[in-house]
Every structure is written in structure tokens, then in C-alpha cells.
Design a binder for this molecule. Structure first.
Ligand SMILES: *[C@@H]1O[C@H](CO)[C@@H](O)[C@H](O)[C@H]1NC(C)=O
Ligand SMILES: *[C@@H]1O[C@H](CO)[C@@H](O)[C@H](O)[C@H]1NC(C)=O
Ligand SMILES: *[C@@H]1O[C@H](CO)[C@@H](O)[C@H](O)[C@H]1NC(C)=O
Length: 247
């Protein structure tokens, strides 16, 4: 009976915590996710990747999003505040570079920013401008590709790296361990695809993840290059089809 009442109160406490958290639009920390386009554009990807309509993105890690988290769950479903492009004016070229959409058909990224803001950003406690600014600042602060390169971890088709070495380099450079996720290239080899960084509620300081982040990579991983020639220009691609139809 004693055991039962303890577990019941633990259960009730957990329940209270999360429902309170949602009612207050509250969360405990952020997960900031960077994605490696060289692995995103792996060749078995059905639709490939396309050049954004806004021009060349950086040959670097891209921001995927800044997600408020309650334990292991992203906090969503807050009251929707509409997304506007105007507040992003001062940082638009940085967004084009570091938070582009390379999905096909070619697009300007607005759809992704819009859905990230209305799904997660509205639960961040930040206004839209601050939310995107903090995400870009976090990317700049981590400066992951440069950190890796400085430590001899350079994108290449041949190189195979020890996951542990990569983790140590990032931990030393950022002051916290991060969770690395992998996907597979067309030969079934694991490659780095995403980096999950835990960040405090201010969206400014990198912290040790308070909860286990589920990510998986084998002990040895690839880190394939990303170059702009991997991005198709979907507008020129359309022309031959249109011509064929009219013939
Ligand atoms: C959401 O909006 C409704 C209606 O405007 C309001 O009554 C409610 O308190 C809001 N909820 C939160 C969590 O802000
Ligand atoms: C954001 O998305 C919503 C829902 O799809 C849409 O109605 C709205 O026009 C979009 N806003 C912008 C600025 O693109
Ligand atoms: C978070 O931001 C507030 C306001 O800018 C500041 O007072 C506080 O020290 C910050 N906390 C941390 C942990 O950086």
C-alpha cells in the first residue's frame, strides 16, 4: 500500500507538472537543431534538393529549428500568433543563408519559417523577431562547421570519423555535450545528419541536456561534403518537361 501511494503521488506530480506547463505555455528548456545539408541531400532522397529561389545558401550547417521542450516532448499547441515576414527584415539575408529550405520545388523558406513559428515559436515565450534572432545567434555562437574543421573533422566522401572524437570536439567547443543523429547514405553507411543542442529558457546559453535526447549514430560515422552543385535549379528543370508537352 505504501508503495502504491508513493507511485500514485509521483504520477500525479508528473501529470500536474506537464498540464501546468502547457496551460502556462511553459517549458523547461529548448532543443536547438542544426541539420547537415550534405546528408539531407543524400542521393537516395526521392526528390533531391533544390536551390532556394532566394539564391545561394551557406555551405554550412543549417538551422532546423528552436523547439521548446517539456521533458522529452516538444511543447506545441499554444495560441497561434500569426507569422509575418516584416519583423524578419533586418535578418532576412542571414535566414536565406542559414535557415533556407532546400526542399523541392525551389522556394524562399517562408513556408518553413511560418510553420516553425506557428507550431513551436509561439510557445517559446519570445516574440517572432527575437525567436528567429536567438536561433541565428545560437548558430553563430556554435559555429559548428568551423569548430569541426579546426579540429580536423572535415567533410569528405572518404573520411570515416569516430563519433566519440566528434562529440569531444563539440563538447570542448560549446561547453556541453550534444546529441548527434545519423541517417544512411545510399550505400547504407551512417552519416551525421543532425546535431541537437540543449539551450536554456533564455535561448542564449548552451546547457547540458536535462533529459535524454534520443539520437543514434554508430561509433564510426561519415561526414559527406555539401556543395551548392548538389542543389538542382527546379525552375530550369521544368522547362524541358513543358517543351515536351507542347510538342
Ligand atoms: C488562448 O486564447 C484564448 C482566447 O483568446 C484565451 O482565453 C486563453 O487564455 C489563451 N490561452 C493561453 C494559454 O494563452
Ligand atoms: C503562414 O501560414 C498560414 C497557414 O498556412 C497562411 O495562412 C499564412 O498566409 C502564412 N503567412 C505568411 C506570411 O506566409
Ligand atoms: C536570461 O535573461 C534575463 C534577461 O535578459 C537575464 O536577467 C538572466 O540573467 C538570463 N539568464 C541566464 C541564465 O542567462
Amino acid at each position: 500500500m505504501a508503495v502504491r501511494s508513493i507511485s500514485a503521488s509521483v504520477f500525479i506530480a508528473a501529470l500536474l507538472f506537464c498540464s501546468l506547463a502547457l496551460a502556462d505555455k511553459d517549458f523547461q528548456y529548448f532543443r536547438f537543431i542544426l541539420t547537415w545539408p550534405g546528408s539531407y541531400c543524400r542521393e537516395d532522397c526521392r526528390d533531391g534538393c533544390c536551390m532556394p529561389t532566394t539564391g545561394d545558401p551557406a555551405e554550412d550547417f543549417f538551422v532546423k529549428g528552436l523547439y521548446p521542450y517539456c521533458e522529452n516532448k516538444p511543447v506545441k499547441g499554444c495560441n497561434v500568433t500569426k507569422f509575418y515576414v516584416n519583423p524578419l527584415g533586418s535578418m532576412i539575408s542571414e535566414l536565406y543563408e542559414y535557415w533556407p529550405s532546400i526542399d523541392c520545388p525551389s522556394n524562399n523558406g517562408v513556408k518553413d519559417w511560418n510553420s516553425t513559428w506557428t507550431t513551436y515559436g509561439v510557445c517559446s515565450g519570445l516574440d517572432e523577431k527575437t525567436y528567429f534572432r536567438r536561433a541565428l545567434d545560437l548558430r553563430n555562437k556554435i559555429n559548428l562547421l568551423s569548430l569541426l574543421k579546426k579540429n580536423g573533422i572535415v567533410p569528405s566522401y572518404r573520411g570515416v570519423y569516430d563519433l566519440r572524437t566528434i562529440q569531444n570536439v563539440i563538447a570542448k567547443g560549446t561547453g556541453a555535450t550534444v546529441a548527434i543523429d545519423c541517417n544512411k547514405n545510399k550505400w547504407g553507411r551512417s552519416q551525421i545528419s543532425e546535431i541537437n543542442v540543449c539551450v536554456d529558457k533564455n535561448a542564449t546559453n548552451i546547457i547540458k541536456c536535462p533529459f535524454n535526447v534520443k539520437c543514434w549514430c554508430p561509433p564510426r560515422v561519415r561526414f559527406p561534403p555539401f556543395t551548392l552543385d548538389m542543389l538542382e535549379d527546379s525552375s530550369t528543370e521544368l522547362n524541358p518537361i513543358m517543351m515536351a508537352v507542347s510538342e
